[in-house]
Design a protein around this ligand. Sequence first.
Ligand code: NDP
Length: 311
Amino acid sequence: MTGVVLDGKKISREIQEELRPRIEALRAAKRAPALAVVLVGENPASQIYVRSKIKACHDLGIRSIELRPPGDISTEELISQIVPLTKDPEVDGILVQMPLPKQIDADKVTSYVDPMRDVDGFGTHNLGSLVLNDPAPRACTPAGIMEMLKRYRIPIAGRHAVVVGRSNIVGKPMALMLLHENATVTICHSRTKNLAEECRRADILVAAIGKAEAITAEHIKPGAVVVDVGMNRLTDPAQVHRLLGHDPARMAAFAKSGSALVGDVEPRAMQELSSAYTPVPGGVGPLTIAMLMANTVLLAEMRLNGRSSGC
Ligand code: NDP
């Protein structure tokens, strides 16, 4: 069996195209939606993500406002830069790019982003709305995955979903969203015993771990839908060969650039055992950006309509 590729780029384009008329309507009624992006320090991966997010804003006609405080900023100083954004009527969404440097209390910073501008859905209020299944901006990565499962008509109700990872930004919201669609959900983490056995029970397996090769053939039930959230940049030639040796195009790209992006799931096992899967790159990543744009538009519409429902 070869699994169907769940094409995140295609779905991302669809979602973004559907936003255009809503953005035009906002522009006609008042002004273009606006997203403030806060990038602390020089983390190279974060710089790449932020660049893609700003480019997506630009392509859609969403105004982006960039703040780039230095990497040695304190929690209090960072909060003092975010607070004015939370009072600015020209700002619809505020994104604080994670991870933040170690000296910063990320939860404290997130708590200063007001729910009506919490475009990532990371704050306590919007996480609470998710638990209650009330309308509010949802964490972009799991929301994008749900949108993709829906658009590929993958049934969820009554199926067994296993989510590996329990972070507040991916694993936990993912599990709740699957639960709200009536999956029977198991959440696994680093202390789970018999991970492979738990995973093999999954009709829908979501890996959000952050470790290449964490999920292999022994974790996948034949015919399962596999969603690989992990993003791991590899430079070890032996490991890259082990994971991508069957794919001449990717090996050639590695030879040229010296690094390769892989997920948490062994690519070949995923392709051969699943009924459908998200590739890395080109699977979950593009959806995250599309949902960020969708959340920005949603918050701008709510502001225009003077609505605070759910937020
Ligand atoms: P975190 O590091 O916050 O969480 C990782 C989770 O994996 C933890 O719950 C941890 O368990 C669990 N874990 C770690 N090792 C194991 C193991 N050996 N077996 C089982 N569980 C394990 O990561 P994030 O949730 O922020 O991100 C996960 C991955 O997804 C990363 O690679 C990240 O880059 C990627 N990502 C991709 C996005 C995209 O757009 N494609 C967006 C966001 C993230 P415990 O809680 O016990 O420590």
